[in-house]
Design a protein around this ligand. Structure first.
Ligand code: HEC
Length: 119
C-alpha cells in the first residue's frame, strides 16, 4: 500500500528528528556541565573573593572607564586595599594581592609588581 508506506516513512523521519533533538540536548547539557566544572576549578582565589564581595556595586565597566583611578600596579593594589577596607573585610595582604592579580588579568594588564606591600 502506498499510503502506509509513506506513513511509515514519515514516522521514520519524525523519529530520527526526535533522536537528533535528544542527542543535541544531551550534548549541550554535557558541554555546559563540562564548561561549568572547568570554570569552577580554574576560578582563582582572587576571582572568588572579588565575585563574592565586590561585584555587587560595579560591573566590569568601572575598570575601564576613562577617568580611572588605577594607573599602574601600585595604584591597583591601593584601590583594592581601600575598597576592602570600605567593606570592612579585613583582607590579608595575600587576599589583596590575589584580587589585584585577578583584576589585572581581567582588565588592566599592567606589569605585575611586587606582592601587595606589607604595612
Ligand atoms: C559600595 C559599592 C562598591 C563596592 C562594594 C566596591 N566598589 Fe569598587 N568602586 C565603586 C565605585 C563607585 C568606584 C568608582 C569611583 C571611585 O573610584 O571612587 C569603584 C572603583 C574601584 C576601583 C578603581 C577602578 C578604576 O580603574 O579606576 C577598583 C580597583 C575597585 N573599585 C575595586 C574594588 C574591590 C576590590 C572591591 C571589593 C573589596 C570593591 N571595589 C567594592 C563602588 C564599590
Amino acid at each position: 500500500m502506498r499510503y502506509s508506506q509513506i506513513e511509515s516513512w514519515m514516522k521514520g523521519i519524525a523519529l530520527t528528528y526526535w533522536n537528533m533533538r535528544l542527542w543535541l540536548c544531551a550534548t549541550i547539557a554535557l558541554m555546559a556541565g563540562a564548561a561549568q566544572a572547568q570554570s569552577a576549578t580554574t576560578a582563582s582565589r582572587g576571582q572568588l573573593l572579588y565575585d563574592t564581595h565586590c561585584v555587587a556595586c560595579h560591573d566590569a565597566q568601572v575598570h575601564w572607564r576613562a577617568a580611572k583611578v588605577v594607573r599602574n600596579w601600585e595604584t591597583l593594589v591601593a584601590e583594592v586595599r581601600r575598597w576592602q577596607a570600605v567593606e570592612k573585610l579585613q583582607w590579608t595582604d595575600d587576599d589583596i594581592d590575589q584580587v589585584a592579580r585577578h583584576l589585572n588579568n581581567m582588565y588592566y594588564r599592567y606589569p605585575p609588581g611586587n606582592l601587595a606591600q606589607r604595612e
